[in-house]
Design a protein around this ligand. Structure first.
Ligand SMILES: [Fe+2]
Length: 209
C-alpha cells in the first residue's frame, strides 16, 4: 500500500494519499486547505488520483475539492457533498485495496472515519491525545457513541488524524485507549462531558499543549 501523510496548510491540517501498490490507483483524503501543496507532495509517487474523499464538510478539509474538479481527468468525489455521502459500513474498492467508511458523527453531523487496511483516518473525530470539538452536550453524546464504536477496533489499528495537534503525528487505538484522557472516559459520559467543559483548565494543569 502506498500511504503518505501530507502537511496541507491551515491549522496544522493533514491530508492523506493512499494508493494501491499494484494498480497505482489512489485517493486523496481532505486535500485542503492548500491543494497545491498536496499535489506537490503527491507528484513523484506515480499514483493516479481516482478519488477525493472528505472526512467531513468543514471548510479546512473540503475547500480543496474545487481545485481537483479542474484537473484534466477529474477524480470521483466521495462524501464531498449531499449527493456523494457514504453510509456507515459502505466499502469502496481501489485497486486491490478496500476502503471502509465508518460513520462517526459528533464533531459534525457528517463526520466519517476511513479505514484502509490497518490504518484509520479519523478526520476531526479523534486526534492524538484529544478529540474534535463539539458545540452542545447532545453533540458531545453523539461523538461519545461514535468514539465507543471505533474503540472496538484492534489495539494495533493506526490512527491518522486530520490535524497535527498531539505529541506525535499518528498513533494507535491501543496508545489512545491508554493515554488519551477523553478515551479513558469512554465508560462514563458525564465524566467525558466534564472533561470537554473543563478542557482548557485540565490542559493547563496537565501541561498539555
Ligand atoms: Fe472540523
Amino acid at each position: 500500500m502506498i500511504f503518505k501523510q501530507i502537511k496541507s496548510g491551515g491549522d496544522r491540517n493533514f491530508a492523506y494519499l493512499a494508493g494501491c501498490q499494484k494498480t497505482r490507483d489512489g485517493a486523496l483524503v481532505d486535500p485542503a486547505p492548500d491543494p497545491e501543496a498536496v499535489m506537490k507532495a503527491v507528484n513523484g509517487h506515480g499514483v493516479n488520483i481516482r478519488f477525493i474523499i472528505n472526512t467531513h464538510s468543514h471548510h479546512d478539509h473540503s475547500s480543496g475539492n474545487e481545485y481537483f474538479k479542474k484537473l484534466p481527468y477529474p477524480p470521483r468525489f466521495i462524501h464531498c457533498s449531499e449527493d456523494t455521502r457514504v453510509k456507515d459500513g459502505e466499502v469502496l474498492k481501489m485497486g486491490e485495496l478496500i476502503i471502509k467508511f465508518i460513520y462517526t458523527p459528533g464533531h459534525t453531523k457528517d463526520s466519517i472515519c476511513i479505514k484502509i487496511e490497518d490504518k484509520l483516518l479519523t478526520g476531526d473525530t479523534l486526534f492524538v491525545g484529544k478529540v474534535g470539538g463539539t458545540w452542545s452536550s447532545k453533540d458531545a453524546k453523539t461523538q461519545f457513541c461514535s468514539l465507543k464504536k471505533i474503540f472496538t477496533l484492534p489495539a494495533h489499528t493506526e490512527i491518522w488524524p486530520g490535524h497535527d495537534v498531539g505529541v506525535k503525528p499518528s498513533s494507535t487505538i491501543g496508545f489512545e485507549a491508554e493515554k488519551n484522557p477523553f478515551i479513558k472516559r469512554l465508560s462514563d459520559f458525564d465524566d467525558f462531558l466534564w472533561l470537554k467543559k473543563n478542557w482548557s483548565t485540565y490542559k493547563n494543569e496537565h501541561g498539555i499543549k
